[in-house]
Design a protein around this ligand. Structure first.
Ligand SMILES: Nc1ncnc2c1ncn2[C@@H]1O[C@H](COP(=O)(O)OP(=O)(O)OP(=O)(O)O)[C@@H](O)[C@H]1O
Length: 304
């Protein structure tokens, strides 16, 4: 094997019979490659950070029968001159929602598409929580569309990147502590309660999702994240206490959903169907549970 320079430099390598063809992108701890073996195409995520990759592999294995997450194929350790390379083979997805948001006019996803995205993203979290996993890193860039299925080009939203996920509850319903004890207050886009020092729980995934949907609606969330810490905390608190006033005008139509999100706590089980109903009530004239399609609009491929 050739000398590995960085994890972003693995094109041409073979892992478990899969040829790494193209670097799709790289995040804070891994690089993801479009890879193939014959006609089979998968994604291979590579990292040198063993703990994160093992955590992600464990989560994806747990989610094997989940239709809202990429299918898990393998975890492999490869010895290289630069150390041990960890890879995960998983289902190949299409573009992530942050990339899609950037590609649309005004970097704002239209309301009918936005409510369908919110509905399906909520279904993703409902499914993940059903497997007793909390994702803890919910953001637009961690949702992607599936590869379009022919002949209609229908796609579904899937959630990925389980490097920070945690199996939070055992079969008896007892909470499981995270022995690694990460400090999620350092994550600027954490929920209000997490910013106040609480451990992230399923409802915090939903609060992070609400930030992601605001961002997708055209709200300048990155600018808010750059505010002084007290301003950011106050904004997150107000979004829970008085959503109708705190929501930016463009996203005020989502008030029914934000009202319901602000009622969530860690004791009462989350009523996902009710939350979906609130998404529907936010835009009554459009069907929020309708399918999404990957289509050509004005010469550009986009999500509708
Ligand atoms: N299964 C997959 N199929 C297709 N593309 C993927 C898949 N998983 C990740 N990607 C893409 O690969 C790139 C890197 O993904 P990764 O999750 O490592 O990065 P990230 O979300 O930017 O990282 P982080 O949140 O850890 O900083 C992103 O563009 C992401 O959309």
């Amino acid at each position: 094997m050739n000398r590995v320079v960085t994890i972003k430099d693995l094109v041409g390598m073979d892992i478990r019979g899969f040829h790494l063809n193209r670097l799709i992108g790289a995040g804070s701890y891994g690089a993801v490659y479009e890879s193939s073996s014959g006609s089979e195409r998968i994604a291979v995520k590579a990292s040198t950070r063993e703990s994160d990759i093992l955590n992600e592999a464990n989560a994806l294995q747990r989610l094997f029968y989940c239709q809202y997450t990429p299918k898990y194929f393998f975890h492999q350790e490869t010895t290289t001159p630069d150390g041990i390379l960890h890879t995960i083979g998983q289902e190949l997805l299409g573009p992530d929602l942050e990339t899609i948001r950037r590609s649309v006019p005004w970097q704002a996803i239209k309301r009918p598409t936005l409510v369908r995205i919110a509905w399906q993203a909520l279904s993703c979290l409902e499914a993940v929580h059903g497997f007793k996993l909390v994702h803890r890193d919910v953001k637009l860039a961690n949702f992607a569309v599936s590869l379009p299925s022919s002949p209609t080009n229908r796609v579904t939203i899937k959630i990925f990147d389980f490097g920070l996920a945690h199996h939070y509850m055992d079969d008896n319903g007892d909470l499981i502590e995270d022995s690694t004890n990460p400090d999620f207050r350092l994550m600027k886009y954490c929920s209000y309660e997490v910013a106040m020092g609480m451990d992230p729980m399923p409802k915090d995934d939903l609060h992070q999702l609400s930030f992601a949907i605001l961002y997708a609606s055209g709200y300048n969330f990155p600018k808010m994240l750059k505010s002084p810490p007290d301003v950011l905390l106050e904004w997150k608190r107000d979004l829970l206490r008085q959503p109708s006033e705190a929501l930016p005008p463009l996203a005020r139509f989502l008030t029914p959903w934000f009202d319901a999100l602000s009622d969530l706590n860690d004791i009462v089980p989350i009523n996902y169907p009710d939350l979906k109903q609130k998404i529907q009530e936010s835009l009554p004239a459009h069907n929020a549970s309708a399918d999404l399609y990957w289509e050509m609009v004005d010469g550009e491929e986009t999500l509708v």
